[in-house]
Write a new protein. Structure first.
Length: 143
């Protein structure tokens, strides 16, 4: 799906089937400060598709953050090789969601992994969202 419109901060998409709006933020595409910003290597339309899939299949954790992958976790999402993406829960339900590629090890170092993360990954394996091989690598913080 193509973006609805361009804004100052990024490209706006949506709504999803569950009514969520999404913003592909320029700072996660190399436009803006390079400090501490994980950058997507997939096009914005693919980024939005990943979010839609996460929303459609309720791929969220106990903190209501969505998580996403592409091609059962086999495809790279970020410029550093990340295969997992995180879409932090918005503090205001009217605000659009946004996301970025992550490594599970970096999220753990930042204390940003929820306590139910390993069981969440197990559920993704059971539901064929990711392969068992990819799931174990995420849990072992290899990807």
């Amino acid at each position: 799906m193509s973006a609805n419109k361009a804004t100052f901060d990024g490209l706006e998409y949506g709504p999803t089937v569950n009514g969520k709006m999404y913003l592909s933020v320029f700072k996660h595409r190399g436009n803006g400060s390079p400090l501490h910003k994980n950058k997507w290597c997939v096009p914005p339309d693919t980024e939005y598709d990943i979010f839609c899939n996460s929303d459609r299949h309720s791929l969220y954790d106990s903190n209501q953050n969505y998580w996403g992958v592409l091609d059962n976790g086999k495809s790279q999402l970020g410029e550093k090789g990340e295969r997992l993406s995180k879409f932090p829960c918005t503090s205001n339900p009217q605000d659009p969601w946004h996301g970025y590629p992550v490594f599970s090890v970096e999220e753990r170092k930042r204390n940003a992994l929820p306590t139910d993360f390993d069981s969440l990954v197990n559920q993704w394996i059971i539901n064929n969202i990711i392969t068992k091989e990819v799931g174990r690598k995420i849990q072992k913080e290899k990807i």
